[in-house]
Design a protein around this ligand. Sequence first.
Ligand code: NCD
Ligand code: ZN
Ligand code: ZN
Length: 432
Amino acid sequence: MSEQLLIKGARLYGEGDPVDVLVEGGVIAEIGTPSGPDGAEVVEAGGQVLLPGFVDLHTHLREPGREDAETIESGSAAAALGGYTAVFAMANTDPVADNAVVVEHVWRRGREAGLVDVHPVGAVTAGLKGEKLAELGAMAKSAAAVRVFSDDGHCVADPLLMRRALEYSTALGVVIAQHAEEPRLTVGAQAHEGEHAARLGYAGWPASAEESIVARDCLLASYAGARLHVCHVSTAGTADILRWAKNRHSSGSISAEVTPHHLLLTDERLAGYDPVNKVNPPLRTTSDAARLRTALAEGVIDCVATDHAPHAPQDKDCEWASAKPGMLGLQTALSVVTETMVRTGLLDWRGVARVMSERPAEIAGLPDHGRPLLAGEPANLVLVDPDAEWTVHGAELASLAANTPYEGMRLPGVVTLTVLRGRVTAREGKTC
Ligand SMILES: NC(=O)N[C@@H](CC(=O)O)C(=O)O
Ligand SMILES: [Zn+2]
Ligand SMILES: [Zn+2]
């Protein structure tokens, strides 16, 4: 914790001349041209981009229950290598994280792994069954201090239950993150309802299944005076609803995330029949992806969240209809954002800091992440080589699972250093 680290010649937010950053006692001690004390670890940044460490509001770490697909330790390694200093672990584990015992377990295992701050997300309903509220208060007051609740993987579809959850959340000062999917509209769904799914004979997830729940929840949150976070926005229509809701909502209490895969990939991929492309919500159309990019650039969508969803080989290397939905995301997120948002000119690096670090930290109420790069601030940092490229190979990623949709793709933007409270957690592609 009290080690000294000197990052030499980094460009803060990719702006201005390179400066040296001295990290001491877990905080940024000095920015400018500090002479590193003898014995300080030195990183030659060579003009690379220094940003606040990334925060992922949406990660599936699979522990407890599916340690064959991912563990808190392996997922933490993937997170550190991806430039993350905090992740939110979704509640759809086995047992479900719907009580204080499970969330405290996840929180403790994250501390033991020590590579990234692991914050458990608590379930909204008992057993993710959508029938009665889980013990939100007990989870909020537990040692894990849960601040984000979600039934992700399932929608809190019952409007009365969602209303109660939102009302209850205001008293606890927490946020409800909704997986927006009207289940009556997605029975048997396999892919985005559109031309490609029709050709392959797949039952579709219509855009309206997502949009009808987002519209409903924006109204419920508004009437309850509650905060709502919309998970993995995937359609242009949802962006329209969010813009409308944010304009009429007084206190900025609606937020939303988009995944890297919905920014880059489309349902044209269905033609390959490869279940690696099966995900919920499904890959949508080219015009949806284009609209998600502009919505993110404009702030209609607040942030990028990975929805990192590792699956064991037997759950993916099978017939499309039996495959589980979800794809890896932690180690490729920065590169996909570089490709879709930076190289296109939609975001500069300050914008990347906003959507991958500052806004997610604000939404979850993390006081020591997503902070400005200033002396005295916590040293949660990521160094990015914006010009380097790499080729993605699932087998080489730190996750136990290998279900990356970017297999063999060459992507720009390489994370070269991740620092958690002054301690190097990843450097040059290896965890420390
Ligand atoms: N995104 C997915 O397709 N799958 C997620 C669940 C979810 O995020 O809805 C999973 O847990 O595997
Ligand atoms: Zn989901
Ligand atoms: Zn998810």
